[in-house]
Design a protein around this ligand. Structure first.
Ligand code: X8Z
Ligand code: ZN
Length: 395
């Protein structure tokens, strides 16, 4: 908690503030998704008023729920008319083409292309002859221009997003590699995690049309469906993003003793995410160990911050790019103005307190989840409508 230009206790207060800003949105999403899963699996499996069984959410860690979209897709509103995974497959995209497409987004903002060595030295697909760590990562090997990613790319929407995420690290690294060694880092680690995701938020239907992946823009009344798809990943992630380090900080401080590691994990997941384990758990299991960042010792609050910051960046960069209309239809693709702002922030690295970097990008010195709320506002009203008569929350 020492790397946020804040007293560690003040940092925790700040996190609580951001969480309380978005909690009503999460609660509405949770309530709606649970009701739809109850319809699918029956009240014995998904009891109303209770936490959602975590294994029904379409992801091993239930950190993003996009894979259950088909089970919860809205009724009575227009359909977006496409699923990106299917479009990528149909258009014959392969892993390299996906990465090239991601790179082209960055260069459209005026950034220099990645060096030839990136293409020679990266690992894009899972090798057949040896075991590797497939969890995606991005590297600046010589702290200059030997940039690489390591991923086991599959042709689907999730990996298309992750490619933008990883390239965000590489472009940021190349920019801050010009700083003194101590400052070769993000303004804070949440900034590093947010950068590529910010570009991925600009992967709008209009942009997909430009790529030739879809041939018409979904109508305005498909907004609820588009936003729900996005919320299943981005809003569902928020409490998950909090829980990992709340658990870890408890362990490191001794507040969570070794004979309660697993219990404390599920207590936190219940409290923040409203999810329950698939079967009874005990201290004979160590479920936190299944999450890469726990044994890998990678701090995790960065991703919670990133999920707030990326919407703040998106709102302010798209405005700078002259985009109007609902936030989720706006894209910075091709905007040199947005590109220059990003570049200016990236070049600062960690040489200034993060509020300075935030100000350079957004004009504000505070992290603020109001952009998340604004982005999802039409969905929130719709969810609350659907949830009428339901008992939301969990016991
Ligand atoms: O670990 C990652 C990136 C590498 S920095 C792929 N992410 C978190 C996760 O997978 O748990 C990105 C989103 C959250
Ligand atoms: Zn990352």
């Amino acid at each position: 908690r020492s790397k946020y230009d804040l007293d560690p206790v003040a940092f925790e207060v700040e996190l609580e503030r951001l969480w309380l800003q978005v909690k009503p949105l999460y609660d509405s999403l949770h309530c709606y998704v649970r009701a739809r899963l109850t319809e699918t699996y029956g009240p014995e499996v998904v009891p109303p008023g209770k936490p959602i069984p975590v294994h029904l959410l379409g992801n091993l860690w239930a950190q993003q729920w996009g894979n259950v979209y088909d089970l919860v897709e809205p009724k009575g509103v227009a359909d977006p008319g496409y699923a990106l995974t299917e479009r990528l497959e149909k258009a014959g995209y392969d892993p390299i083409k996906m990465v090239k497409t991601g790179e082209a987004f960055f260069t459209s903002l005026g950034m220099a292309p990645l060096p030839e060595t990136f293409w020679e030295r990266s690992m894009f697909v899972k090798p057949r002859d040896r075991d590797v760590v497939c969890h995606a990562s991005a590297w600046s090997v010589d702290q200059k221009d030997d940039l690489r990613i390591k991923m086991c790319i599959q042709v689907n929407e999730e990996d298309f997003n992750t490619i933008h995420h990883e390239l965000g690290h590489n472009f940021y690294q190349r920019a801050h590699n010009t700083q003194d060694p101590l400052f070769r880092d993000g303004a804070n680690d949440g900034f590093h995690e947010a950068l590529g995701d910010t570009l991925a938020l600009s992967v709008t239907p209009k942009y997909l049309m430009r790529l030739g992946l879809i041939d018409k823009e979904p109508p305005a009344d498909a907004d609820v469906a588009l936003l729900l798809r996005q919320a299943l990943d981005k809003v569902a992630f928020l409490p998950f993003g909090l829980v990992i380090d709340k658990w870890r900080w408890g362990v490191f401080s001794g507040r969570i003793p070794a004979d309660r590691y697993n219990q404390a994990w599920w207590d936190l997941k219940l409290k923040y995410q409203g999810v329950a384990p698939p079967s009874p758990r005990s201290e004979a299991q160590f479920d936190p160990g299944a999450k890469y960042h726990v044994p890998g010792n990678t701090p995790y609050m960065r991703y919670f911050l990133a999920h707030v910051l990326q919407f703040q960046f998106h709102r302010d960069l798209t405005a700078a790019a002259g985009e109007t209309g609902p936030l989720h239809r706006r894209s910075i693709y091709g905007s040199r103005v947005a590109g220059e702002k990003i570049e200016r922030m990236m070049l600062m690295g960690a040489s200034k307190p993060w509020p300075d970097a935030l100000e350079a990008l957004t004009g504000s010195r505070d992290m603020d989840a109001s952009a998340v709320l604004e982005y999802f506002a039409p969905l929130k009203s719709w969810l609350d409508e659907q949830n009428r008569g339901q008992v939301c929350g969990w016991q």
